[in-house]
Design a binder for this molecule. Sequence first.
Ligand code: NUP
Length: 217
Amino acid sequence: MEKNNQLILALDVTEKNKALDVAEKVYEYVDAVKIGYPLVLKTGIGIIEDISSRVPVIADFKVADIPNTNRLICEQVFNSGADAVIVHGFTGRDSLDACVATANEYNRQVFVVADMSHPGATEFFQQVSEKIAKMSLDTGVSGVVAPATRTNSVENIRKIIGNELAIISPGVGAQGGSASDVINKGADWVITGRSIYQSDSPDTEAKKVVQEIKNRN
Ligand code: NUP
């Protein structure tokens, strides 16, 4: 994934035509499209191939199982054409290693969830977030997921991982996070879904985010 516009679209629509229509409108503004369970469970895994022919696809399946099952899941994800997969780290190093080994076989990428953007993340996730960030170093992953809704967490995770790993950051727009703030705190890409795909003009909204990032102080 090339770092141009620093925007990743979260395409959580559930109709294939809507997905293709929104993606078509925003291709020029996004560096990747993130596809997760809502769209794949409704339309089938083939949607990943459809979109990945135009733009890199990050498969957000938050893979969180034993190593063998993680490997089997990642094989299917990469066979579908995805360029990267998002996995959980709390399952431990062996489970993460299985995802990375599979990604290496396919020459694809892994992102690990280091902290989450919703309010409930403070109940359990935050207590292990630093440990997951530390563990992610030297594993061969490309980066971590950290929340635009709590930029102090992004700043902290950036200190832990240094410049070795990228940070992709969801929570901009509908969840209240600011694109320019989280990029300033150390994120490489922001992830935005609803504020773009629910808009009457997804391209205008995507362009706004890109300009906000480019024109930030
Ligand atoms: O911590 C996370 N928060 C989050 O919102 C980790 C995620 N992967 N996401 C995903 O980012 C979420 O599942 C959705 O696909 C996207 C944010 O979308 P929106 O809130 O901008 O609509």
